[in-house]
Design a protein around this ligand. Structure first.
Ligand code: MSP
Length: 519
């Protein structure tokens, strides 16, 4: 704070806006939904530790034919149906420790108002006009397919028959944005990631963009067009706009300008085209800036296949959390596959990783070091500590995590933190504090244990975005106040900040070993 500008911070926190897709309410939250949401959560927790002002948005996508049909089949209204399922998502995210700022539902009045305002702008700008649509539609995708994409009349993603539709609709003039989008992606190479996805998007645009139908008269469950109330807005047009609704579009300009454009839209590769072609074109048509980065990750496969309701191969987070705990669940999916390519989930693989990384490496190290501190250092942080060899490892752990998370490479980032754990275990073997103690060298014993305790403090700090509960507990056992998530980076990662004389606590194993269930 400066003397002249009382009340105005010298360095206002940087706004950081991250979104997940909004999930369809025809499905209950499964492992695939949780994957994107946990990644967003880890990123947001990490940025908060750097003092960023974070807005983390998730929510539910509630309109469209798919939801209307699900509701009909259950004999309830679409809104009743959406109410039931939206709660399941809220509960799942709470259970998984997700720290979202907002949860948007597209059936909310705030979203109706924002979408109608935006539609009117796009219409007035001349990018929406009336026409007739004739062609194939996939209800699960809520998307049209051109004849050449729909081999044998089947959806390329869902592998099921498409429906033939003919409707008088309003069309969004996507074709007008072919060149502007190519120019934009040329000038902003970071805008779609990873690189392979960017190439895919550019390739798609270069094939030529066709105008798409953005309204329906055949269904009623949606947002009416403000200039023609016989039509409801096409569900994707409405859904994508959630990202602007939530941060005050049309209601609070200062708030909107603060957050928009989003720093990251995290999505699965299945919805890349909507986010990297339709969405930026819509924003251009409405005179709004484009998101800084659309990051499309791969799928979590089960037995080589994408989970889906129809294939009945969905795994619900709750079932695994009962066994692995929330931290065990979160850690597995962030560490097990790169955030980009597809990865195959296996229960046996999850048991193996849990036992190796969490029970053996993380948990045993904490247990071992605290145990020795109890026995050899009277249960308090030792007074004298050398800036021992682990300092370099700790700095490398922090630097590695920081540079990897800047690329959303969660797996590599946490593996550098686990390298610090492994180095600390090796250091213990090498220096054998039990032998030092036995030989009566109290100073050397205290130095080695002091180094290990400090390494553990940094491990707790760096691992906290992914395993927040265990990291907080370890932090507490180390005699630290607050939680690791409340610390300020990069300062808190500097070596040598344990408070000498603070009482330590051994506690129970943080990650008890698991045996695979045989059934
Ligand atoms: N409602 C649209 C998104 C609108 S965003 C404006 C939608 N919803 S969805 O419920 O089908 O969820 C899509 C997202 O869930 C995917 O893009 C992905 O982020 C996540 N996943 C769903 N299944 C998945 C896997 N099997 N693996 C990884 N992520 C997957 O599409």
């Amino acid at each position: 704070m400066t003397g002249q500008n009382v009340g105005v911070p010298d360095n206002p926190a940087t706004p950081f806006y991250v979104t997940t897709p909004i999930y369809y309410v025809n499905d209950v939250p499964h492992m695939g939904h949780a994957y994107t949401t946990i990644a967003a959560d880890v990123l947001c927790r990490w940025r908060r530790m750097f003092g960023d002002d974070v807005y983390f948005l998730t929510g539910t996508d509630e309109h469209g034919l798919k939801i209307q049909r699900s509701a009909e089949s259950q004999g309830v209204t679409p809104l009743e149906w959406a109410d039931r399922t939206a709660v399941r998502f809220l509960e799942a995210w709470e259970e998984l420790g997700i720290t979202n700022t907002d949860f948007i539902r597209t059936s909310e009045p705030r979203h109706y108002a924002a979408v109608q305002k935006f539609l009117q702008v796009v219409y007035d700008n001349g990018f929406i006009e009336k026409g007739t649509y004739e062609g194939y539609y996939c209800v699960p995708c809520e998307a049209y397919y051109a004849d050449d994409e729909a081999a044998g009349g089947a959806c390329p993603i869902h592998d099921r028959p498409l429906e033939f539709v003919r409707e008088d609709n309003y069309f969004f003039k996507l074709s007008a944005f072919e060149q502007p989008l190519l120019d934009y992606y040329e000038q902003n190479p970071q805008a779609v990631q990873p690189e392979s996805r960017r190439n895919e998007v550019i390739g798609f645009i270069k094939q030529g963009l066709k105008d798409f139908s953005m309204s329906r008269t055949s269904i009623s469950w949606g947002i009416p067009l403000p200039w023609d109330r016989d039509h409801v807005t096409y569900v994707w047009f409405d859904a994508l706009f959630n990202y602007c609704t939530a941060v005050g579009y049309g209601v609070d300009d200062a708030e909107f300008d603060k957050w928009w454009p989003a720093d990251y839209h995290l999505i699965g590769k299945d919805i890349l085209r909507f986010h990297a072609v339709y969405w930026p074109a819509m924003l251009m048509a409405g005179g709004l800036p484009l998101p800084k980065c659309v990051f499309a990750h791969g799928w979590l496969l089960v037995g080589g296949e994408k989970m889906s309701k129809t294939k009945a191969n969905q795994i619900l987070p709750h079932d695994l959390i009962e066994e692995f705990g929330v931290d065990g669940y979160r850690y597995h999916f962030m560490a097990d596959q790169r955030f980009g390519p597809d990865g195959d989930f296996s229960y046996e693989g999850m048991i193996t990783r849990y036992n190796a990384d969490l029970a053996n490496n993380f948990g045993n190290l904490a247990n071992r070091v605290l145990n020795m501190a109890m026995n050899y250092c009277d249960g308090v942080v030792p007074q004298e500590r050398a800036n021992g060899p682990l300092q370099t490892q700790a700095e490398a752990g922090f630097a590695g995590l920081e540079s990897s998370l800047a690329k959303l490479d969660f797996a590599s980032g946490f593996s550098t933190v686990w390298d610090l754990i492994r180095s600390t275990n090796a250091y213990i073997e090498d220096r054998a504090p039990w032998a030092l103690f036995k030989s009566g060298d109290r100073v050397a014993t205290a130095e080695v244990i002091g180094d290990c305790l400090e390494a553990l403090r940094i491990v707790a700090l760096l691992a906290s975005p992914v395993i927040p509960t265990a990291a907080s507990e370890l932090w507490r056992r180390l005699g630290q106040s607050g939680t690791p998530g409340e610390q300020q980076l990069p300062d808190a990662a500097r070596w040598g900040q344990l408070v000498p004389g603070n009482a330590l606590e051994k506690g129970d194993p943080l990650f008890p070993r698991l045996e695979a269930k045989t059934q």
